[in-house]
Design a protein around this ligand. Structure first.
Ligand SMILES: Cc1cc2nc3c(=O)[nH]c(=O)nc-3n(C[C@H](O)[C@H](O)[C@H](O)COP(=O)(O)OP(=O)(O)OC[C@H]3O[C@@H](n4cnc5c(N)ncnc54)[C@H](O)[C@@H]3O)c2cc1C
Length: 384
C-alpha cells in the first residue's frame, strides 16, 4: 500500500440511507468497510437529509415493495431500540382515495393478502375520526395504523454511527468519477487512493455525474418542494395523536401531522423540473406555494390562512418506472450501482442494505426489476 492510500474489502461511496445501511450490514457480515461521503451523512443536499420521511406498507399491487417496507420497519425499529433513539413516530398513514381508485383498491387487496393491519374507512367514519380534514361525501380511505414517519436526517446519522460502532471507517471525502475502463481503485479529490475488492456507488442524484455514459440519461433528478405550515395555538387537532400522515395521490400531495412542533408538512409528489443536487437553488417557487395553499384550502380549511413556517427543496432521483437500481456495473462485476430511490426509497434502507449485502456475499443474480437493463430513457412512472 502506498502513502495516501487505504484499502478495505468494500468501499462505499455515499452515506445516504442506502449507503449507510449497506455499510452496516456488510460490516455485520464480517467485511472491512470504508464509507465515504462528499458532504457528510444526512446533509441538506442529500435526498436522505430531509427532516422526515413516510414509511407505509401500501404500494398498489407492487407486492415486493410492501414486503420490503414491512421488513424495513422491523430493521429501523430494532436499530432505534438498540441506540435508544426514538426516531419513528407511529402516526398511522391514511391513503385518501377517490371513487373507483384503482391504486388504493389494489393497495387494500395487497395489504389484506399479506396480512398487514389496515382499516377501510368510509366518508362518515372519516368525518367522525378526522373532523379537521375535509374529504367529501364520496371519500373513502385505507388506514395503515402501524405505519408512520421516520425522522430521516437523524435516522440516517444513527445508522452511520451504528456502522462506525461496528468498525466501519467513515470519512468525508469527495470521490472522483471512475475512469470507464479502470475500476480497480478509486481516487478522491484530495489525491487519496482507495483500494477495495468491491465498490458500491450509492450516490443518489449524483449517480449520473459519476457514470455519465451509463446513467446520464437513466436517473432523472427532479426538484421537489416541501412546506411546513403553522397550526393554530391551544389545540392538538393537527398533532400526531389526532391526525395521521396522509397520501392524496389524486392531488399529487402527501403530508404529515405537526411532528415535534415543526408544523403541518405538505409535500408535492408531482415531479418537478430537472435539478442539480450540488448547485440547484433551494428556494421554493410561487407555483409550488400556490399548489400547497390550494391543497390546504381543499383538505384543511382551518389552515387556509396558516403561516408558512419553513420550506425545503430536495431532489428525487427517479428511474424510468420508480423501481430501484440495485445492480452490478455491466462491465465490472465488483462494482455496484445503487440508487433510484425515486421519491419512495428512504423507508426501504434496511431492506436495500440487506439485499445488496446478500448479493455481494452469494454473487447471485439480481431481481429483474432492479437491473440496469430494465431502466429506460423515458420516464413512465409505475411505482408510487
Ligand atoms: C422531498 C422528498 C420527499 C421524500 N419522501 C419520501 C418518503 O416520504 N418516504 C420514503 O420512503 N422516501 C421518500 N423520499 C425518497 C428518499 O428520501 C430517497 O429515495 C433516499 O433518501 C435516497 O437515498 P440515497 O442514499 O440513494 O441518496 P442520498 O441520500 O442522496 O445519498 C447519496 C450520497 O452520496 C454522496 N455522494 C454523491 N457523490 C459523491 C462523491 N463523488 N463522493 C462522495 N460522496 C458522494 C452524497 O453526498 C450523498 O450523501 C423523498 C425524497 C425527497 C427528496
Amino acid at each position: 500500500m502506498t502513502r495516501g492510500s487505504t484499502s478495505a474489502d468494500v468501499a462505499i461511496i455515499g452515506a445516504g440511507v442506502f449507503g449507510a445501511w449497506i455499510a452496516y450490514y456488510l460490516r455485520q457480515s464480517g467485511r472491512s468497510v470504508i464509507l465515504l461521503d462528499a458532504y457528510g451523512a444526512g446533509h441538506t443536499r442529500a435526498s436522505s437529509g430531509g427532516e422526515s420521511r413516510l414509511i407505509r406498507m401500501g404500494y398498489g399491487d407492487a407486492e415486493l415493495y410492501s414486503r420490503w417496507a414491512v421488513q424495513s420497519l422491523t430493521g429501523w425499529s430494532a436499530l432505534f431500540a438498540a441506540k435508544q433513539q426514538p426516531l419513528f413516530h407511529q402516526t398511522g398513514v391514511l391513503w385518501i382515495a377517490r371513487p373507483n381508485d384503482v391504486l388504493t383498491q389494489a393497495t387494500l387487496t395487497t395489504l389484506q393478502r399479506l396480512q398487514i393491519r389496515c382499516e377501510l374507512l368510509n366518508a362518515d367514519e372519516l368525518a367522525n375520526r378526522y373532523p379537521q380534514m375535509k374529504l367529501g361525501k364520496k371519500a373513502w380511505a385505507v388506514l395503515e395504523p402501524d405505519s408512520g414517519v421516520l425522522m430521516a436526517r437523524r435516522a440516517v446519522q444513527t445508522v452511520v454511527n451504528a456502522a462506525i460502532d461496528l468498525g466501519v471507517e467513515y470519512r468525508i471525502a469527495e470521490v472522483l468519477p471512475p475512469p470507464e475502463d479502470h475500476l480497480t481503485s478509486l481516487a478522491t479529490v484530495n489525491g487519496e487512493q482507495v483500494h477495495a475488492r468491491t465498490y458500491v456507488y450509492a450516490c443518489g442524484a449524483w449517480l449520473p455525474k459519476m457514470f455519465p455514459c451509463l446513467l446520464g440519461d437513466k436517473i432523472f433528478s427532479t426538484r421537489q418542494e416541501v412546506f411546513y405550515f403553522g397550526c393554530p395555538s391551544g389545540t392538538q387537532a393537527f398533532a400526531p395523536s389526532q391526525l395521521p400522515a396522509w397520501i392524496d395521490f389524486d392531488n399529487e400531495v402527501y403530508g404529515m401531522p405537526d411532528l415535534e412542533g415543526r408544523g403541518l408538512k405538505v409535500g408535492i409528489d408531482r415531479h418537478g423540473p430537472p435539478f442539480d443536487p450540488d448547485t440547484g437553488d433551494r428556494r421554493i417557487s410561487s407555483d409550488g406555494l400556490s399548489m400547497a395553499h390550494t391543497f390546504l384550502r381543499l383538505r384543511f380549511p382551518a389552515l387556509d390562512k396558516a403561516p408558512l413556517l419553513e420550506t425545503r427543496v430536495c431532489q428525487y432521483e427517479n428511474t424510468s418506472t420508480g423501481d430501484f437500481l440495485l445492480d452490478r456495473h455491466p462491465e465490472h462485476a465488483n462494482v455496484w450501482l445503487v440508487g433510484g430511490g425515486s421519491g419512495h426509497g428512504f423507508k426501504h434502507g434496511p431492506a436495500v442494505g440487506k439485499y445488496v449485502t446478500d448479493r455481494i456475499e452469494d454473487e447471485g443474480p439480481v431481481e429483474p426489476l432492479f437491473t440496469l437493463s430494465a431502466k429506460q430513457r423515458v420516464q413512465q412512472r409505475k411505482i408510487f
